[in-house]
Design a protein. Structure first.
Length: 482
């Protein structure tokens, strides 16, 4: 009797399993949790940052999927899916740790990818990827020290791969363009631009040979050389076409004016060219800056309003839960909103003290950031020059608006130069500002600190001279205590 029951139960399970095997909706429901985590895992590159756990999870998932399609035991499939989710959880934890531990290496890897090192320096790229995988596995296994050593090895190879790729991808291509330019007699029609391209190629080659630990400068020079070579070829073609069409100079000037006029029209400005291109160009630049400033202020105002709303909503909820202390809580809410109003007034006072070329004043919550765009240092130096004394005097007076505060000075550089050199330079410049303020203000050392962040946290594009200039900055963060 028992044997018959066992046989019947087995047949029932087989029948259910067979019925499930063809039902994609049932499969989707059963695999939903694992599918969702796998999708997130893919987005965060878990296969790269946590290869061991991710590989095991994918193997288990594949087995479960295959077993389902073959109509195998449902409980066994569920067990494998449960293990899949467990391993994915381990891999996600490992990803978080890897993003912190391998931060610098990941940046170098991204830079190498951007230079197409995987194609133009494939041998070095593969070696770096192998070291990366070994480091990631060691980190998953808890061997942090060895993981960091492997990551350092990978970093050096990625950096070298990027330099090699820059030489192949940009400089070789630029040399081909320059050869084409020579064959087309570009030097007759665009000699200045052609000379600039050649000069940039030479500087990029020198930088590649001298900067084994920093690829930002040679990459920027190589990209500039490539652009100017293409630019020279375009100018040659355009000038020859102008000569062929026998256009008058007046026609050319009018066509140039039309481009600027169209930009002005889209900004709702009227453009006049009776004094040349300078006046309308400056007008467009000023208007664009004003729009950017207005957008910044609107965003800050919106953030303030949202913060006030969150504060009021939270307090109202508390009041509803604590009716006995309603009066006291309402007073606390009023005081908090009044405090935020005071900070806004002080922020506006500080902002009015600076011209746009001296400083940009920002708000992050209750913190006020004074970005000293007008503070300049000699190249590679950290001494404050006399020409900056007037600006720092305004800074001193602005800080003194607050009766009590903590002050944080943050130094930054552009991406040109070695990481360690930039970190040291940014620290020295932050220290110089701190020392100046300590010498000229009634402030204790415990209330002010200075930290250099090197080339991290850029606010602009390091590929352009203007962007690099914006990234070379000192920020003062005032934390008011009211």
């Amino acid at each position: 009797m028992n044997k018959i029951l066992v046989i019947m139960t087995s047949l029932t399970i087989l029948t259910i399993s067979s019925a499930f095997a063809g039902d994609e909706k049932v499969k989707a429901l059963m695999f939903h949790e694992a599918d969702s985590i796998l999708a997130v895992s893919h987005d965060v590159q878990a296969d790269l940052l946590a290869p061991k756990s991710t590989k095991k999870a994918i193997e288990l998932y594949s087995e479960a999927s295959s077993d389902y399609d073959k109509g195998k035991d449902i409980n066994s499939i569920k067990k494998k899916l449960k293990e899949t989710v467990r391993y994915l959880g381990k891999s996600m934890d490992a990803v978080d740790m890897a993003n912190v531990t391998f931060k610098d290496m990941l940046t170098l890897r991204t830079n190498a990818l951007r230079a197409d090192a995987h194609e133009n320096a494939s041998d070095s790229w593969q070696k770096a990827e192998k070291k990366f995988e070994e480091a990631a596995i060691q980190l998953e296994e808890g061997d942090v020290n060895d993981a960091k050593k492997k990551a350092d090895e990978a970093s050096n190879i990625y950096r070298q791969a990027e330099l090699t790729a820059i030489k192949t991808n940009y400089l070789d291509n630029t040399r081909d363009l320059l050869t084409k330019a020579e064959d087309s007699d570009v030097k007759d029609k665009a000699p200045v631009t052609l000379t600039k391209a050649k000069d940039l190629v030479s500087r990029a080659e020198t930088s590649l040979n001298n900067n084994r630990y920093d690829a930002d400068e040679p990459r920027g020079l190589a990209l500039g050389a490539q652009y100017e070579a293409k630019h020279a070829l375009y100018l040659n073609k355009a000038i020859r076409q102008i000569e062929k069409d026998d256009k008058e100079l007046e026609d050319l000037y009018l066509s140039f004016e039309e481009y600027l006029r169209q930009i002005a029209v889209n900004l709702d400005l009227s453009s006049e060219f009776d004094e040349g291109f300078g006046k309308p160009t400056n007008m467009i630049i000023e208007h664009t800056k004003a729009l950017q400033d207005s957008t910044l202020l609107l965003n800050q105002s919106l953030a303030d309003s949202e913060m006030d709303m969150l504060t009021m909503t939270a307090r109202i909820t508390e009041l509803e839960d604590q009716l006995g202390n309603a009066g006291k809580e309402r007073t606390a809410l009023t005081d908090q909103l009044e405090r935020r109003s005071q900070i806004r007034e002080m922020f506006n006072d500080i902002e009015r003290r600076f011209h746009s070329e001296q400083a940009i004043v920002l708000r992050h919550g209750d913190d006020i950031v004074i970005r000293l765009v007008g503070l300049s240092f000699a190249s590679g130096k950290s001494e404050i020059e006399p020409k900056n004394f007037a600006l720092l005097t305004i800074v001193r007076d602005a800080i003194n608006i607050f009766p009590d505060y903590a002050l944080h000075i943050q130094g930054y550089t552009d991406s040109y130069g070695g990481d360690n050199t930039n970190l040291e330079l940014s620290q020295n410049r932050a220290d110089a500002v701190r020392d100046y303020l300590l010498a000229n203000m009634a402030i204790g050392k415990s209330d002010i600190d200075a930290v250099g962040y090197g080339e991290t946290l850029p606010i602009a594009n390091n590929e352009t001279p203007e962007g690099r200039a914006r990234n070379r900055r000192v920020d003062l963060v005032i934390q008011p205590i009211l």
